[in-house]
Design a protein around this ligand. Sequence first.
Ligand SMILES: [Zn+2]
Length: 443
Amino acid sequence: MSVPGTKSGEDWLQIGEEMHRWIAELFPICRSITGNGVRETLRLIQKRIPLTIQEVSSGTKVFDWTVPLEWNIRDAFIKNLRGERVVDFRKSNLHVVSYSRPVNQRMSLAELKEHLYTLPDRPDWIPYRTSYYKESWGFCLSHNQLLQLVDKEYDVCINASLTEGHLTYGEYCLPGHMQDEVLISAHVCHPSLCNDNLSGIAVATFLAQWLGSQPRRYSYRFLFIPGTIGSITWLSRNQQQVARIKQGLVLTGVGDAGPCTYKKSRRGDAEIDRAMAHLFKHSGKTHSIIDFIPYGYDERQYCSPGFNLAVGCFSRTPHSQYPEYHTSADNLNFVTSQSLAESLSYCQAAVDILEENKTYLNQNPHCEPQLGKRGLYRAIGGQAGEKSMEMALLWVLNLSDGRHSLLDIAERSNLPFQTLAQAASALMVHSLLALGPGHELSS
Ligand SMILES: [Zn+2]
């Protein structure tokens, strides 16, 4: 496996396998936008990173929205009159439309059918449906299961509660030298779905664990929130702190085998947008970069015009472009250890760019300094990288006039950022380079 950074392919594979095993632990939990499934998920994340769990009461006004009633489910089934469960929540939590109101009654098949959802084109798959903001109830089942419902009447039970309670989210802050923050956001509101939900949770959690052991210029804020209402709630409660967020990524759908996709922030030219584009370009792999659209995940809220944060969305195959999306086929087989590891490696490489993207000043700007006598020319890097290291030294010296950051230089020179960062640190050692204005305190 070829991934950016210094870890070997074997190391990455092990990390990917560990993420996959952890996803398997989280998979059975019935999550929704509120309720005990979210709490249980956050507690499992808490075993890895010291997350703070926040509870916000139902009825709380959050901008134009209201925190909904809390939903919890214990059991649900459709039984035939012989008492056999023909649809059973215990077999898959996707069988119940999320936020279904409680039901307990015998009804005709015709009446029941108005509340059943299937995918006729994918007759073995169970769809995933929600009804958060409109009181209703329903069951999702495979189309083949539906075809077997031939009795006149069925006993239908959804043992759920929809009551005053809380919306729960998790927050983890890692302080750095600066108050300026990088936001990493993942949604935690989907039940047994792997790519859409669990892959983002896993990559965000492992990224947080890694960052905990790294020196940090930026501060980092990780949010594990229910989609849409969670980011709206967080933004509404933290308006004083929002201005600190300088960069950010929404992580979702980062475990399927498809190529990487980056959706730019609404600004389009933010540092994070450029860092992701740079990484993709130098990966040598198929990828796509798409412009911001006001549809998708929580980047919609972070990039709403009142905030306009530099937050993009990193995924692999976009959600609208894989048939397994929001179905029972988005399962443990759909997400691969390799993709999880590679996605994590991109996040780490993006963090490295944000951390190291500084502006320098050439201390010997009148003609080129003599690199050979300092052992810098044809002396740094391995055989294959020699030429690009020499070019990197020359580019960094030439453009370090206090007006070009390393990322600017990377884009102009078409050299990998990490090569330029290595060149800059070698030039610093030889006092040929000094940090530019604004970096004195944060270096
Ligand atoms: Zn989804």
